[in-house]
Design a protein around this ligand. Structure first.
Ligand code: GAR
Length: 196
């Protein structure tokens, strides 16, 4: 059973789905937030999971990341899961957790990296969008994809409507992808996601 730490910045609905879906392959042993008062922290506490707040204000990226790294290592975390964690991590941190660090992004990567995804998808009149779980590499949202799920985009969609539709599939996708990683069914090898 892999010891998993989840990093959040906000609502934590993906954290909630990961908590609810935990099986014998992983256990969430810690939730870290850079935002004191993030709603997801309450979700963790309600499930009896220890939480730590590491504020980022006034710190360089390297100092913040080193503090997070120290908290993760002190907790003996084996896998790190980003779930609505809205900070870019430094190359050093990412390299230190290479192959053990994953993220969920609300687009069909490699399309629509970065922010304001749903606005841009609608603007481009795409007919489908979705969510991707990927290994984190130093380049933003560029790591090898572990799993994806797609949703239709309707001409009448607002960004919020599309965000809600994507979020609903995220809640199944993320636990599935984490289980693949935690049970050794997918690995990062030579920059590729390799499936057993
Ligand atoms: C999710 O839609 C996730 O894909 C997105 O933030 C939301 C977090 O929701 N992540 C990113 O945009 C990362 N760049 P949650 O806090 O309810 O899990």
């Amino acid at each position: 059973m892999k010891r998993v730490a989840v990093l959040i910045s906000g609502r934590g609905s993906n954290l909630g789905s990961l908590i609810d879906a935990a099986d014998s392959s992983y256990k969430i042993i810690l939730v870290i937030s850079n935002i004191d008062g993030a709603a997801g922290l309450e979700r963790a506490r309600a499930a009896g999971i220890p939480t730590t707040v590491v504020p980022h204000a006034g710190k360089t990226r390297e100092v913040f990341d080193a503090e997070v790294d120290q908290v993760l290592r002190a907790a003996d975390a084996e896998l790190v899961v980003l779930a609505g964690f809205m900070r870019i991590l430094s190359d050093g941190f990412v390299r230190g957790w290479e192959g053990r660090l994953i993220n969920i992004h609300p687009s069909l990567l490699p399309a629509y990296k970065g922010i304001k995804v749903h606005e841009r998808v609608i603007e481009a009149k795409e007919s489908k969008s979705g969510a991707s779980v990927h290994f984190v590499v130093p380049e933003l949202d560029a790591g090898p994809v572990i799993a994806q799920a797609s949703v239709p985009v309707h001409p009448s969609d607002t960004p919020q409507m599309l965000a809600d539709r994507v979020l609903a599939v995220e809640h199944n996708l993320y636990p599935e992808a984490l289980k693949l990683l935690a049970s050794g069914k997918v690995k990062l090898q030579s920059g590729l996601a390799v499936f057993a």
